[in-house]
Structure formats: C-alpha cells, structure tokens
Design a protein around this ligand. Sequence first.
Ligand code: ADP
Length: 253
Amino acid sequence: MVQPAPTTGTDVRTAVAARGLVKVYGRGDAAVRALDEVDVDFAAGRFTAIMGPSGSGKSTLMHCLAGLDSADAGEVHIGRTELTALSDRELTRVRRDRIGFVFQSFNLLPALTAEQNVLLGLELAGRAPDRAWFDAVVDRLGLRDRLRHKPSELSGGQQQRVACARALVGRPDVVFADEPTGNLDSRSGAEVLDFLRTSVRDLGQTVIMVTHDPVAASHADRVVLLADGRVAGELVRPTADTVLAALKHLGDI
Ligand code: ADP
C-alpha cells in the first residue's frame, strides 16, 4: 500500500525555492535579462503552474530550477540542497535521482517498450524499482495493458502518460513538466493534467508545470505569474477565467 505524503495542514514544506535568481543572455546592448532577481517558493505536495507572456522567462526559470541550466546569480534549492553549490557530477546525480521530467515532445526511446522506457532511468541509476509504487503509478495512469507496447504503437496521450510514469517511478522530490499538453488534443491533454493532479493529491508528489494554456493552468493548486523576468503575481485555486483575466492584466492577450 502506497502512503501518500500529507498534503494538508500548516506544516507545508518547500520543495523548490529560488532566491535572487538572475539569468542574462548576451552582452552589452544585446543583453537580455531573462530572469531578474526572481524569488519564489514551490510547496511540496502541491501542483504549481508557471505562466506568463511569451518571453517572460518561464522556460529559463524552469531550466534553472531543474539544474538544466545555470543562473548568473542567486540560488536554487531543491529541498535542503543548493544547486548552484554543486559540481557538475553532483548536479547530474540530483537531476537523475531527485527530479522527474515531462517534456512537450514525450522523449521516449522508440526501440523500448513502455515498461522499459518507464524503468530505464532507475536501471541506469542502479536502483531497484519499488514494485508497489510502480503498480500504483501504472494503474493510476491506466497503462497496465500498454506496458509491452512500443511508443509507435501508442497514441500521443498514451505516450505522454508513459512519460509521466517514467518521471514518477523514482518517487522524485519534484516533477517538472514543460508544456506537457502542448502536443496533445484537448481530451488527451485533459487526461494528462488529471493524472498530474492525481499524482499530487493521491500520491503526494510535487509538480511544477510551465504552460501557455489557461485551462491547463486551472488544474494546478496555484499559478505563479511571470512578466519581464520577474514574478508578477500569483493565483491560488485558479480557474481558467481568473488565469485569463490575470494574463490580460499582464498585457498578454
Ligand atoms: P518564455 O518561456 O516565457 O517564453 P524564455 O525563458 O524562453 O521565455 O525567454 C526569456 C527571454 O530570454 C526572452 O527574451 C528570450 O528571447 C531570451 N532568451 C531565451 N533563451 C535565450 C538564448 N538561448 N539566447 C538568447 N536569448 C534567450
């Protein structure tokens, strides 16, 4: 039986935090301050969406938070670990063992079955899968009878569900989802969002998602709004309407 982490009460841990995060692309007159002193906390056991106009720094923020890119100044904390203090090798280990990723384009290996794709990361890390957890994730994703299929034999929505299982199977501290519904029709997208929601509510996971889509963001517990590389506000218990109104206010629509 899989015990979910507590998701209610006053003792909410911070899973991921940024402090004074700065990222500058280019130099001199051509320099772009993609992140301009970003301070933000993401609670453990919550589903948070990052939204904002195109070019507001969403992807840059996610890449810096996930250790896929380095910031020019400031700190990123995953739990008690400060990423900017780590060597490349230690950073690779944190990404491999403590972070799950879901990308817009699924990124499954075509020669492997769904099950092999899900378990590959653990295998490469030399970790044995926790079978009860594997079963819980696979069953909640409705993938039980798809495990022997190759990605080419699965629909886009099924492939993204396999990618979600791969992200969660190691029980990471946090899952980063980068436009996870961007390549899906609305029904498959809704299934993936429902699953991300379920993984937080029932399995106690922590999810941080970048999205352009107000409907996708409305599945989250909280929306962090970015504009011009800065945190421009947040919405708690968002609806598609409140997200749309906030984006209009930022001049995005
Ligand atoms: P978003 O994800 O919100 O669309 P990004 O994080 O991709 O925003 O980009 C933030 C800003 O940084 C934009 O002005 C963008 O043009 C710039 N930028 C992003 N990546 C690069 C890069 N590799 N080189 C130069 N400028 C970049």
